[in-house]
Design a protein. Sequence first.
Length: 128
Amino acid sequence: MYNLIPREFDNFDKYFNSFFTPALARNTPIDRSSLVKNTDDEYLVVMEIPGVPSKNVEINVDNRVLKIKAFVTKEETNGLIEKNFERSWTLPTGVSVDDISAHVENGLLSIKLPKKEEHRVKMITVST
């Protein structure tokens, strides 16, 4: 089970960067274990991280670069084996960095990337 984590993220960088473009208009699978959902108010990134407790996940943002680190330790007959991954992406200017939140539940890491007010979808009333 633990050997899935690095493989699951092999192509994540290339797909993730393409989602934060003006063309993004619907829920988009990154690969079979990840999803970026674009709503009017936020981007929601959901990734499978089976067996990784929240204490083993570190997420930070520095100069609009989102960095995710995670690791798991498994005891095998040869001793302890640690599997880890680290990924980083440049966030679009429309993300409110101070309001990013994340949580792990049932093997899923969810990261909410709220959009700044001026980057949210606004409905315009058409008068007659």
